[in-house]
Design a protein around this ligand. Structure first.
Ligand code: UDP
Length: 239
């Protein structure tokens, strides 16, 4: 049973459980996908039925931040913990490396996925990065074919939300991959062109504020955070 936060159903899992579920999905046959919504994505889903269906249609939905965890607690249905998508990805790569599984990196500006590929292979000996492509392409078909031809087991789809969720719902099966993971700006961090907030900030639930200071142009998007809280409060009263 998923935990409903404003229409998005979250799997109530710890990081360890999430990674184990990811591996199970890889080994269970067929194609599956994972999404990592934060409050901003929940708000996007409330505005778009298509995005909502793509997110709720995922095989694993993890809470990518303290906002969702706080929202779930306020609604009286607490989640075990936050499971940041980028940490989920790092832990999954550790397991993939030990099993010799292969990875395709899709997304970010030209050059970024390639740099990430080199760094990730260094950081996770045994991991096979079998392909990469930037996230600024016009047609899906050639990309889907490229992934299929690479034989990748797993694809990190980093196109921003809700583009990546819609892309995985539409094209996942065509890629022939076993698992696709929607991971926002993670390739920028893996490549070293963006940095995550230091631990102090994320430990205090302030990762969003750190990002805002680093990238003030995010202010428009971040206005969705207070909106999320307003909607959670409305939902509390309704329940
Ligand atoms: N992006 C992309 N194609 C697009 C739009 C965005 O590849 O058409 C990339 C962008 O370069 C960035 C990532 O998607 O690497 C989105 O990053 P953002 O910071 O928005 O994601 P978040 O981590 O906040 O979800």
């Amino acid at each position: 049973m998923r935990i409903d936060v404003l229409g998005v159903g979250f799997d109530n899992v710890t990081m360890e459980e999430a990674v184990a579920r990811g591996l199970d999905l890889i080994h269970s046959g067929g194609t599956h996908y994972v999404v990592t919504p934060n409050p901003e994505i929940v708000e996007v889903c409330r505005e778009s039925q298509e995005a909502m269906s793509a997110v709720n249609g995922a095989d694993l939905v993890i809470a990518d931040g303290i906002g969702v965890v706080k929202g779930a607690a306020m609604l009286g249905t607490p989640l075990k913990q936050k499971v940041p998508g980028i940490e989920f990805a790092a832990n999954l790569m550790e397991k993939m490396a030990s099993e010799g599984l292969s990875l395709f990196l899709l997304g970010a500006k030209p050059g970024v996925a390639q740099t990430a590929a080199v760094r990730l292979q260094e950081e996770h000996p045994g991991l096979r990065v079998v392909g990469f492509h930037d996230g600024y392409f016009q047609y899906d078909g050639p990309i889907v074919e490229e992934i299929r031809a690479s034989g990748a087991d797993v694809v990190f789809v980093c196109l921003g939300a809700p583009k990546q969720e819609l892309w995985m719902a539409k094209n996942g099966e065509g890629t022939g991959a076993k698992l696709l993971c929607g991971l926002g700006g993670s390739l920028d961090v893996f490549a070293g062109v963006a940095e995550r907030a230091p631990k102090f900030w994320s430990d205090h639930g302030l990762e969003w504020f750190y990002r805002l200071c680093k990238e003030p142009k995010r202010i428009g998007r971040m206005m969705k955070l207070p909106l999320f809280l307003v909607h959670v409060k409305q939902e509390m009263r309704r329940r």
